[in-house]
Design a protein around this ligand. Structure first.
Ligand SMILES: [Zn+2]
Length: 133
């Protein structure tokens, strides 16, 4: 069971949704700044996407080979995963050890899916790539 009240969960869900919107806007801006053919083709695709179709949006952004966009996309994936966890009531629990993620960590990083020790282990497994801690 999550240690978070319904009210807390709603507040985190709101923050996550705002972050999701901001990230999509940022990614879009980054693409719009690119005047090359690749960016323009991606822009056309984006205009055809249903903004409520999470899968389509993240598939689309994954195709974009721009470093900043890739970083934002990774965060967007985390945010979307966290929103799914709010929906299935597993939000706030570490995906690896199942313990409650400390409240202060969630406040700092609402999209966190692991407690700090498990996050560090996961990053060591991933070859030391630092993600949102
Ligand atoms: Zn853990």
């Amino acid at each position: 069971m999550s240690q978070l009240s319904k009210k807390d969960l709603d507040a985190f869900a709101r923050r996550l949704q705002e972050r999701r919107r901001a990230l999509i806007a940022e990614i879009r801006q980054e693409i719009e700044d690119g005047e090359d053919e690749h960016s323009m083709a991606l822009r056309d695709q984006f205009d055809d996407l249903d903004p409520h179709d999470d899968r389509a949006v993240s598939d689309w952004v994954r195709e974009v080979g721009i470093a900043q966009v890739v970083r934002d996309t990774r965060e967007l994936d985390d945010v979307e995963a966290a929103l799914l966890r709010v929906a299935d009531k597993s939000y706030g629990m570490c995906v690896d050890c199942g313990e409650a993620i400390p409240r202060a960590r969630l406040d700092a990083t609402p999209s966190a899916v692991r407690c700090v020790p498990c996050q560090e282990k996961a990053e060591a497994r991933a070859g030391g790539v630092k993600t949102s801690l």
